[in-house]
Design a protein around this ligand. Structure first.
Ligand SMILES: [Mg+2]
Length: 336
């Protein structure tokens, strides 16, 4: 068990780099259909695609994740600072793979515009039904890891859920997006307890559903998430992989639960088609967390933009996650 936080650093490093590599693998396949990818599957770190990028180029998913990491390192949880960094990314190409922003979601862009016009961070997010994209889910992983270090949580509680929901709200305020982030974090929490992958991931889903079951503010969307309790039994035809937040969560969990190593998981995610980079970034975070950075193929790592830099950042982030930890744990006790 992870009760002693023994593997906390490995979880952080694996989740961050697993997500970055998943994103980069998926970039060339974005918008391709499952049928097209079935004919010619992506099996390696290639370039090209709709965005015409070099091999190893990651996208907005990673950029926003890195902005969140930077913000947590500097400020802990500070929503205004996170939005400031998102704006800096969008306008100045900070935290990009190759000094260029080539992809941004509609809801995210509008939220950043609102922030630039002085709207408080927590009021910037879109609320409309048709804005339930995966733009907050794709950047929630660092927050989940930070909460593990700060509070040692193995399940959602009101304190951690509030932080997760607020983090989503900055760009995606609909309760569906908030709950998707919550369920994802619940899975991360359980996975950091170790044990068996299937039990840990399914346990995280079940415990997350239990948290939301009797909360009236989530009553309208709760039924949409209930089927996740059986996502490990779904056939591929039941899994959708669009940019809709629920689809991304379902697809990422399905890929994690129906594969047995990092490579198999992220390639399965990419080859589902449509929003390939985000599905693989979210699935890759979970697979990387579980299997560790060492399972990421070396030639993929070598081709991935700024890989070593991000690996170094994971170390700094690890120390930040344990700084002033309410668990009484310190980073020096767990230096790998
Ligand atoms: Mg992307």
């Amino acid at each position: 068990m992870f009760g002693e936080m023994k593997y906390y650093y490995q979880f952080i490093e694996g989740a961050i780099l697993g997500s970055v590599v998943g994103d980069a693998l998926g970039v060339p396949g974005e918008f391709m259909s499952r049928e097209e990818l079935m004919e010619a599957p992506i099996t390696d770190m290639i370039g090209g695609g709709a965005h015409e990028q070099l091999p190893g180029t990651w996208s907005d998913d990673t950029s926003m994740t890195l902005c969140t990491i930077d913000s947590i390192i500097e400020k802990g949880i500070d929503y205004d600072d996170q939005m400031y960094r998102f704006a800096d990314w969008l306008w100045n190409s900070s935290n990009t793979a190759r000094d260029e922003v080539f992809d941004v979601g509609g809801a995210t862009k509008h939220a950043i515009f609102r922030y630039m016009k002085k709207t408080p961070a927590l009021e910037c997010g879109e609320l409309a039904e048709n804005t339930c994209g995966n733009g907050s889910l794709m950047r929630i992983m660092p927050t989940a890891l930070y909460l593990v270090g700060q509070y040692g949580n193995w399940a959602l509680d009101d304190r951690t859920a509030d932080i997760i929901h607020n983090t989503s709200k900055c760009t995606h305020a609909h309760v569906r997006c908030q709950m998707a982030c919550g369920i994802f974090c619940s899975v991360v929490f359980q996975m950091t307890c170790g044990g068996d992958l299937h039990n840990a991931a399914m346990g995280g889903i079940i415990s997350g559903l239990k948290y939301y079951r009797n909360r009236p503010e989530f009553a309208t969307v709760y039924p949409e998430f209930e089927s996740l309790a059986k996502v490990d039994k779904w056939s591929e035809s039941e899994v959708e992989s669009t940019g809709f937040v629920l689809h991304t969560l379902q697809a990422a969990l399905w890929c994690l639960l129906t594969t047995s190593d990092y490579t198999e998981c992220v390639l399965k995610a990419v080859n589902l088609g449509r929003d390939t980079d985000t599905t693989a970034a979210v699935a890759g975070a979970l697979a990387g967390l579980w299997y560790g950075e060492r399972q990421i193929p070396r030639d993929w790592a070598e081709k991935t933009a700024k890989y070593d830099e991000i690996k170094q950042l994971a170390k700094t982030f690890y120390f930040a996650c344990l700084k002033n930890s309410k668990t009484g744990r310190t980073a020096s006790e767990y230096i790998p």
